[in-house]
Design a protein around this ligand. Structure first.
Ligand code: FAD
Length: 306
């Protein structure tokens, strides 16, 4: 039987849902044009913050900084800079962090990053570098960051022998100044709920914000998931089956899958969401609409809602 209350749910008065959006720095002029269209469309939704990724080894250093500088000067958004420490000395990381601080950035997402050889290759910290996300978190706090997000893995980090090792690392990050964890994307909300419960039992009490990946391209997501330790349940694969050459239906299904996931998380009491936008607005915008997050000036009363 369909649980109609679940599907008719709209956040009530006082149950404000907060969203944040993640972007990556564009490589080409065309990609930049798409990013700024996306930013302009999502800005009126008044996200708590937006974040801009940072290529492991500093490969996007200038582009990340340029993107954030433009956000600061041309929008009302609060940008957070992702920072990684793989393949960089402490001095190099500290220099880049200092540049962000001088730009006016106080929010960061602290990450270790993956080895240059790719996810799954053996990780070796730089001999003079920060060894992991926890050490980087401490450095960011020392440099003046006021809001530091870190990673969390509802299905365990692929390099980690067990969940206990992951929770030890997350606890170290909290002790070093992390104020929020953002999860790797996942599709099974039970995995997330179990993870949060275990984190609380491990004495970790910062918000653990679900990272939601609207599926713009199922084939790519399935490949990427395999590499980063996220599993794609059979029911998700089934929904996208046969849609490789049907982008319109794919987009409709993607919006439905993500909205269903988010609405179920709201039912479970979740109030903050981080969207991996892939620099595209439509799915994130549609899902936000469904959970009651709309541009301020666009409020209108429809006959059904009157
Ligand atoms: P850490 O937290 O340092 O480690 C992750 C886990 O791996 C630990 O919990 C620990 O249990 C285990 N582990 C670590 N080292 C070892 C070891 N030597 N032996 C055994 N176990 C170990 N990548 C980018 O390059 N740029 C980005 O902008 C970026 N943004 C991201 C944003 C979010 C929200 C998330 C979830 C991930 C992001 N990533 C990004 C990917 C991230 O860099 C990778 O997942 C990377 O493999 C781990 O980084 P971390 O900060 O989680 O590592």
């Amino acid at each position: 039987m369909i649980n109609s209350s679940r599907f008719s749910r709209r956040p009530g008065v006082g149950s404000r849902i907060n969203v944040s959006f993640e972007f990556f720095p564009p490589k080409t002029d065309d990609m930049a044009a798409r990013l700024w269209e996306t930013v302009k469309r999502l800005e009126p939704l008044d996200p708590a913050f937006v974040s801009v990724t940072y290529g492991a080894g500093g490969s996007t250093r200038e582009r990340t900084a340029r993107t954030i500088a433009r956000m600061l000067s041309e929008t009302r958004l609060t940008p957070a800079a992702h920072m990684t420490c793989v393949d960089a000395s402490r001095d190099e990381v500290d220099t880049v962090v200092g540049e962000f601080i001088r730009l006016g950035v106080r929010r960061f997402v602290a990450l270790r990053g993956d080895p240059a050889a790719g996810v799954g290759a053996a990780y070796r910290p730089h001999p003079n570098g920060y060894a992991n996300g926890a050490e980087l978190t401490a450095a960011l706090a020392k440099a003046g960051a006021r809001d530091i997000s870190v990673s969390a893995y509802p299905e365990k980090h692929p390099e980690s022998p067990d969940f206990a090792t992951d929770f030890d690392m997350l606890k170290r990050k909290v002790d070093n100044g992390a104020t929020r964890a953002i999860t790797q994307f996942f599709f099974d909300n039970d995995d997330y709920e179990r993870y949060v419960e275990r984190a609380r039992r491990a004495g970790i009490f910062i918000p653990i914000v679900p990272g939601i990946l609207p599926v713009h391209n199922f084939t790519q997501v399935a490949n990427f998931a395999g590499r980063c330790g996220a599993h794609v349940p059979a029911w998700v694969a089934e929904r996208f089956d046969g849609l490789t050459k049907d982008p319109q239906t794919h987009a409709l299904v993607a919006a439905a899958v993500a909205a269903e996931q988010v609405l179920d998380l709201i039912e479970r009491g979740v109030g903050d969401f981080h969207f991996y936008t892939m620099n595209r607005a439509d799915l994130a915008f549609a899902i936000c609409h469904m959970i009651g997050i709309r541009p301020a000036q666009a409020t209108e009363t429809t006959p059904a809602a009157a």
